[in-house]
Write a protein that binds this ligand. Sequence first.
Ligand code: MN
Length: 507
Amino acid sequence: MKLKHKSVPVDVASCDSFKISDAEWEDMLEGFDERSYLSARRWKPGDDPYTLYAFNQRESERIPSNRALRDTRNYRCTTLHYDSDLPPTSIIITFHNEARSTLLRTIRSVLNRTPVHLIREIILVDDFSDDESDCQLLTKLPKVKCIRNVKREGLIRSRVRGADAARAGVLTFLDSHCEVNKDWLPPLLQRIKQDSTRVVSPVIDIINMDTFAYVAASADLRGGFDWSLHFKWEQLSPEQRARRTDPTQPIKTPIIAGGLFVIDRSWFNHLGKYDTAMDIWGGENFEISFRVWQCGGSLEILPCSRVGHVFRKKHPYVFPEGNANTYIKNTRRTAEVWMDDFRLFYYSARPAARGKSYGDIQGRVELRKKLKCKSFKWYLDNVYPELKVPDDSDSQSGVIKQRQNCLESRRVEGQDLPVLTLAPCIGTEGVPAINQEWVYTHGQQIRQQQHCLSLSTTFPASQVLLLPCNMADGKQVCTHTHTHTHTHTHNTGGALLQASHYSISYG
Ligand SMILES: [Mn+2]
């Protein structure tokens, strides 16, 4: 059975650089049997339409693969002109058990709304989906190629595989449940043609996961995050908005959402592609964003490029190591390689990351050195000054008391590390002696100079030692909070100090 193409979407027919007739479409799509493709694994009445994909499968299947979309751009975008010799791109779409209806709509929207000479190829990377014909059958569509992983690799390694296979000079990464909108690609390619160190994203419109309605997103947003490395969209500040006299101007962004972006292929390779030791999904957008900025590039969002994406509340697939563990591993690798001492704030905001294994980062550390990338402080000062750096002045200092005695550090000849003892408190007028004064830090460690109190093991009643501070060591973390009381009692039930009762005085 063949597709009937009686109605080509209006926005395709009206696009200046790309006119294609019904008959030509018929030819291009000949050989692809859409109805039979979509018939596999269809939603059945009585089934929960959210079970398989965590979006409304029934609604997705009701909507045609080539539906028309409202042009959500600012009207001034329609007056812009782009070079006639923009570089073509390889479009890379990775997926794992994607719904056929959404995957097909992603591809058809690209074919319908992109000047044909700008698409070198569409590379589908099937990350070991249950049904290998999901990908294979689509190669009947023009430009589409399929690569299949023989085991589950995750988004990151799948993208690198797609990039390695790509033949165009520019790479376009798309998610597998998108719809590109009118003239989405030329604004992106134009920016890269002018400066190949730019990494550019469209404004990501919202495809409602229940109704599949296509909803315009605000064009006054950029990517931001907090110290737990949790991504969030942020309104531009009033000053930034005041400076934007032209709504078509690019928006510099500290971080990209990660699902959709365009990057020069040589630049992608030069920068070290992705960290392929990261698993499945999550955190890779931090890594590539820090890397691009710190190593001499920039990230921007182009308001005149619009791509819709189905936002879901949860992942429809399983993480072999668990969702949270995977996110921690990936973000911890990012923090360790790119954030310098500011990773302290990451560990402080995400204490569960301490002590979690994150693999070998030597290769990425060397990459950073080889590329002579700038510091995270530079990034904060120049790219994301709005991210508030927790103020160390609200860390507290004081003595740690057991009855009349104070905990002190003492140097012992022949030993590298000072030892801990209890000795009479020798401070005067509320000023503790220097080796009896301890600082409770933001990273929830108890520190004296470069040494921190540390448990020797994680078992209860474990011995307390003084060791070089290591923000990543969970055994150095004291999670009691001291915000309101100046005197605080520790007991041994899982707490830091071994003896029966200590009182810690701060202030
Ligand atoms: Mn997605």
